[in-house]
Design a protein around this ligand. Structure first.
Ligand code: C5J
Length: 221
């Protein structure tokens, strides 16, 4: 079965059985006060706009039988997988690994590293722990998609211009077609969000396609 989604720069056709929905880093560390995002000086409330559209799309994707994959950015407690160049940025008391109100910042197993309750994974949905911005770098996402016969990706999450964009670029270079629902992504910088989305669909869709949750949910219904 093929469904057609109204998108830029052109309609996107997808087969739910060969499409994965990837929710990038919808973690407390980025979205709730007291985590990594706030430690970098950001207004984390700006990211909440993506939660309700992601919830609606997640329900539709589950009902339509899409593979649903969640990612979390974070590091081992001993920081052995954290490049020093990444750790050493920002004020020392607020760096990756430092204690915060939601546990050690961006460390696996800490409360802040977990996915927000509104979008919590269901049993059987893979969760990819990634040390970098892209979901393919140093993870088993590639083989996972290959073994499941996935050809197309719907990429949602935060932040648009950082981990969503890096993942879309990585996926595009690996031959996946990516569709980004604009309202299912968010940034601490609204202007970066807008430009990042334009960068995806510009030049004939140089990195992929852009649509929104309303159009996608209608197509999957
Ligand atoms: C950032 C992310 N912004 N998930 N990570 O550092 O986009």
């Amino acid at each position: 079965m093929t469904v057609i989604v109204d998108a830029l720069p052109a309609p996107f056709d997808l087969d739910p059985l060969h499409t994965a929905l990837i929710l990038i880093d919808m973690q407390r560390d980025f979205i709730e006060p007291g985590g990594f995002g706030e430690s970098l000086g950001n207004d984390v409330s700006l990211l909440r706009a993506a939660i309700a559209p992601c919830q609606r799309l997640l329900s539709a994707a589950r009902a339509a039988g899409l593979l649903v994959i969640h990612t979390r950015e974070g590091h081992r407690p001993d920081l052995s997988d954290a490049p020093p160049a990444k750790v050493q940025r920002g004020a020392p008391s607020l760096r990756i690994g430092a204690p915060g109100p939601m546990g050690r910042i961006l460390i696996r197993g800490e409360p802040g590293h977990d996915i927000i309750p509104e979008l919590y994974p269901q049993a059987g949905e893979p969760v990819i722990d990634k040390p970098g911005k892209g979901a393919f770098h140093a993870t088993d996402l590639g083989p996972m998609l290959q073994y499941r016969g996935i050809r197309d990706l719907i990429v949602c999450g935060v932040t648009t211009e950082v981990c969503v964009h890096t993942t879309v670029r990585e996926a595009n270079d690996r031959g996946y077609r990516c569709l980004v629902p604009a309202d299912c992504c968010a940034s601490y910088f609204p202007e970066f969000h807008e430009v990042a989305l334009r960068m995806v669909h510009a030049q004939g869709g140089i990195f992929g396609w852009v649509s929104d949750s309303t159009r996608l949910v209608a197509a999957l219904d």
